[in-house]
Design a protein around this ligand. Structure first.
Ligand SMILES: *Cc1c(COP(=O)(O)O)cnc(C)c1O
Length: 353
């Protein structure tokens, strides 16, 4: 217990916040966090070993990440001034809310979705404005945006594909928002490499569009690297709010090298996509299991008794994500696509009731 005077110093918004449930249980088979199950290649690790000398870790990192931005912009067909680097895309979500919202404003997002939009917003005194999804987890744009305006919605976040439901929302409905909403539209493309669908080509026409990407789902979750793509004018304002050395030297270096050897990642993604189809096909055949379609590296599914199944898997060494806390996700679990061996273990446990 804190002394009373100290307790009083904690702001209302901090007191009311529930922490993000980042489970750090270690299980022999971890299929709960949508990470890439494949470790960095031996070649990449060798480059890391060598870099530990050349990176001069006694010096600050490049505050602008110039080398990394150069290789990212080449890959994306854009220019470095369209990019901002983040300590994970989570940090960029926070920066965007800081740049575009005052306390009392709102951020909209389809619900259920990635919980960090709401958690970060509330931590900054900004209120969530949830948008109800259909039974197929699709988003429908409102007829007009009057109520968004009245409710002071400044940003709408679309996780595309959506975590945890797995699907990409209808592009036509998102386009309606782009055409009519006079606020910031964030397309969080953390799972882009699995969906291979993007709004990148809409950036020119819509300067209020911001894309977020992440390296976490494709192999470097431990290095915390995300980036944003937006109009250079928006990037300039984000940079004023960003801490100068937010991305460390090792993360900058390793991401640049991973991009230089990106065919390895593409091969891994190909395997994971095949595995996702194999898992879905097997899962529908299991009694009491109902998988939803997925455009990402995970599958949302409904079970007869979600929490009991989650526990049973865990006691056999397989950790997946339990989502039953959300009113729309009763008995729903989310499994990340792992290596074929990990998926076999998951599938055989699922079938053995
Ligand atoms: C995992 C995830 C992120 C977080 O990415 P980091 O780069 O690890 O911070 C962002 N958005 C969505 C939808 C995610 O699922």
């Amino acid at each position: 217990m804190l002394p009373a005077f100290l307790e009083k110093l904690i702001t209302e918004k901090a007191l009311n916040l529930a922490a993000y449930k980042a489970e750090h249980i270690t299980a022999p088979v971890s299929l709960h966090a949508n990470e890439n199950p494949y470790p960095p290649s031996p070649e990449l690790l060798e480059e890391l070993r060598e870099s530990l000398v050349t990176l001069e870790l006694n010096r600050y990192p490049d505050p602008d990440g110039q080398k990394l931005k150069a290789s990212l912009s080449e890959k994306l067909g854009t220019t470095p001034d369209h990019l901002v680097l983040g300590n994970g895309s989570d940090e960029l979500i926070q920066l965007l809310i800081q740049v575009f919202c005052d306390p009392g404003d709102r951020v909209a997002f389809p619900d259920p979705t990635f919980s960090m939009y709401s958690i970060i917003a509330r931590g900054l005194g900004v209120e969530p404005y949830p948008l109800v999804l259909s039974d197929q987890w699709d988003f429908k744009a409102p007829e007009n945006f009057d109520s968004w305006k009245q409710e002071k919605v400044k940003i709408v976040f679309f996780s595309y594909p959506n975590n945890p439901t797995g699907n990409c929302f209808s592009a036509e409905e998102i386009q309606k928002v782009l055409n009519n909403f006079e606020g910031i539209i964030v397309l969080d493309e953390a799972y882009y490499d699995f969906a291979r669908k993007t709004f990148l080509d809409k950036l020119k026409q819509h300067p209020n569009l911001i894309l977020l990407r992440s390296l976490s789902k494709i192999g470097l979750a431990g290095l915390r690297v995300g980036y944003g793509i937006a109009d250079p004018c928006i990037i300039r304002h984000i940079n004023k709010m960003r801490l100068p050395y937010n991305l460390n030297s090792i993360s900058q270096f390793m991401t640049e090298r991973l991009l230089a050897r990106f065919s390895t990642v593409e091969d891994q993604v190909d395997i994971l996509l095949q595995e996702r189809e194999r898992m879905s096909t097997q899962m529908v055949k299991i009694k009491g299991i109902q998988p939803y379609p997925s455009d990402s590296n995970f599958i949302l599914f409904k079970a007869t008794e979600g929490t009991a199944l989650h526990q049973r898997l865990l006691s056999s060494g397989v950790l997946i994500r339990n989502l039953v806390g959300h009113p729309r996700l009763k008995d729903c679990l989310r499994v990340t696509v792992g290596t074929p061996e990990q998926n076999d273990k998951f599938l055989s446990l699922l079938a053995s009731e």
